[in-house]
Design a protein around this ligand. Structure first.
Ligand code: SF4
Length: 195
């Protein structure tokens, strides 16, 4: 873990570490005030249970709880964006796969702050292993979580399907903090969270 943290920092990401999801949730709620906040689709964020807490002091957009037509656009345009990662590689690269691309756009374009909330189970070996995790572990589990009619939801293995429900249409590999994001932070939690 120490090598990944060092490499994340070398790549321009801030890293904050917590032993528990409760401590991480308190940190996030305590450090975001008076902002527009977008939240990406994420089992990890659901586990932290921060949506209602953030709403008390911010304008929060999260398509997991609001199906309004503009909610994903508002997530992309928010000042702060919270998401998780499908994998973090040994080199300190952050990987996410998306069906719609909203999470990828929101986590790479101009922002005051992008925050990746990452459980220790997302930490991988070298880049090919991280890609393998994103493709063959996280995506099938997410397809199952979302009730998608894909072959991976049935057997837990990617078939590189062409299903209408396919959730894997774009891959973002962040090799480093992007230029127009003031801050990109990894909130690393020493628990297994999400997929
Ligand atoms: S490409 Fe299809 S089968 Fe593979 S993980 Fe994505 S949705 Fe599942």
């Amino acid at each position: 873990m120490a090598d990944i943290i060092a490499n994340l920092k070398k790549n321009g990401f801030t890293v904050t570490e917590f032993d528990t999801k409760e401590a991480a949730a308190d940190y996030l709620v305590g450090s975001i005030h008076g902002k527009t906040v977008g939240m990406g689709g994420s089992a990890t964020l659901g586990t932290l249970d921060i949506y209602d807490r953030l709403k008390k002091d911010n304008t929060v957009y999260w398509h997991s709880v609001d199906n309004g037509p503009d909610v994903c656009v508002n997530e992309v345009n928010a000042q702060v964006f919270l998401t998780s990662a499908n994998a973090v590689s040994e080199e300190g690269y952050i990987l996410n796969i998306d069906g719609r691309g909203n999470r990828l756009a929101a986590s790479s374009m101009k922002k005051e702050r992008v925050i990746f909330v990452v459980g220790q189970n997302k930490l991988s070996g070298p880049f090919p292993e991280a890609l393998e995790r994103a493709r063959n572990v996280a995506s099938p589990m997410n397809a199952r979580r979302l009730g998608k009619k894909t072959p991976c939801a049935a057997d837990g293995v990617c078939h590189d399907c062409h299903s209408p429900d396919r959730i894997c249409n774009a891959l973002l590999v962040l090799w480093g903090k992007t230029m127009w994001c003031d801050s990109m932070e990894v909130v690393l939690i020493r628990e297994d969270l999400g997929f």
